[in-house]
Design a protein around this ligand. Structure first.
Ligand SMILES: NC(=O)c1ccc[n+]([C@@H]2O[C@H](COP(=O)([O-])OP(=O)(O)OC[C@H]3O[C@@H](n4cnc5c(N)ncnc54)[C@H](OP(=O)(O)O)[C@@H]3O)[C@@H](O)[C@H]2O)c1
Length: 323
């Protein structure tokens, strides 16, 4: 049995989900995978906040208490670029493996962080950073390495998809659909990164680097901020739907990345992807088209991806010790 001590940075939506899921699944993971995952410390901003069901003695507001406490894996669920980046750098320099759900940090400093990890013989797990509970990172890193990927096309932002679906089904304008998304917890109070297409572009870039390697990438981003009910009605009159599509494909001299609204025939596989659901279609030369679809965000689905990375890294480390 391998014991893995986790230092958890952040106990918000995903952090709380991670604690809950680990509570449910710890015994099964011990029995089935030979890894016993335990949380040693949890970093938060406000240690006095009520967090039902979690031992209050685990909380600290000092990052050093978590980062320099000899944990085996640091799980970063703080979000943002600056503080999270400093925490991840310190963890990697300490030689700790890191698991993160933070696509913004990877988009901002991914190359530097992976280089730091390599220098210090540490690893970064980031399955949760793109499409929450859909295991698309693992598929591109492992399952599909035998094939050459020609294109990736997906609905990578649940907020935009929820808004477009509501506009289509309820005949409402963008502002009202956004209010519904916020009321149901599918959009942040400040939804600008989603609406502008930047969030989807960050995710597409991460997927493209995995699928195509370090190639010249040309990126064009257009959000949904100017979509109108009339546009959606016109699409419907042509038996089409409007979707916010992120697409990457090989072109002469590199890879072209486009994030934009597209009118898709109702028979298109992505047309059937509704509400906050995410989907990714990968086209490989040998395997043809593969479609992944599921919950792209949310507390437990995202936590499941984080926990999978923790178990995967622990198993990998055990193999290194044994060989
Ligand atoms: N929410 C989702 O569905 C989802 C899906 C995929 C990926 N992600 C990614 O997962 C990460 C976490 O998201 P979230 O929704 O769980 O965020 P969140 O609910 O805002 O939680 C953030 C947590 O980090 C703590 N924190 C923030 N800044 C801190 C600082 N400077 N020092 C110490 N603690 C700090 C907060 O402490 P307090 O609780 O004391 O305020 C809180 O516990 C982000 O990178 C996000 O992009 C989220």
């Amino acid at each position: 049995m391998q014991r893995v001590n986790v230092g958890l940075l952040g106990c918000g939506t995903v952090g709380r989900g991670f604690v809950e899921l680990l509570g449910r699944e710890r015994e099964r993971i011990r029995a089935r995978h030979g890894v016993d995952v335990a949380i040693r410390r949890i970093l938060v901003r406000d240690a006095a906040k009520q967090r039902t069901g979690i031992n209050p003695a685990l909380f600290t507001t000092s990052a050093i208490d978590v980062l320099d406490d000899g944990c085996d894996i640091i799980v970063e669920l703080v979000g943002g670029v600056h503080a999270a980046g400093a925490f991840v750098r310190r963890a990697l320099r300490n030689g700790h493996d890191v698991v993160t759900a933070n696509k913004a940090l990877l988009a901002d400093s991914g190359r530097e962080l992976f280089a730091t990890a390599q220098t210090h013989d540490a690893r970064i797990g980031f399955e949760a950073s793109v499409c929450g509970g859909i295991p698309i990172i693992g598929a591109l890193q492992r399952g599909l390495v035998g094939d050459r990927i020609d294109s990736i096309t997906g609905i990578l932002n649940g907020t935009c998809n929820y808004i477009l679906t509501r506009m289509e089904q309820d005949d409402i304008e963008l502002a009202d659909a956004l209010l519904q998304a916020q009321a149901h917890g599918f959009a942040e109070a400040d939804p600008s990164l989603d609406i502008s297409g930047v969030d989807a572009a960050q995710k597409l870039r991460i997927l493209s680097e995995l699928a195509f390697g370090p190639m010249t990438m040309r990126l064009r981003v257009h959000g949904i901020g100017d979509v109108t009910r009339a546009e959606i009605e016109q699409a419907r009159s042509r038996r089409c739907v409007v979707r916010h599509v992120a697409a990457a494909r090989r072109v002469a001299g590199g890879v072209e990345l486009r994030v934009e609204r597209r009118e898709l025939p109702e028979s298109h596989p992505l047309a059937a992807v509704r509400d906050e659901t995410n989907a990714v279609v990968v086209r490989g030369r040998a395997v043809g088209e593969i479609m992944f679809q599921g919950k792209g965000a949310g507390s437990l689905p995202t936590a499941a991806a984080v926990l999978a990375d923790v178990v995967g890294l622990a198993q990998r480390n055990r193999m290194r010790v044994l060989t």
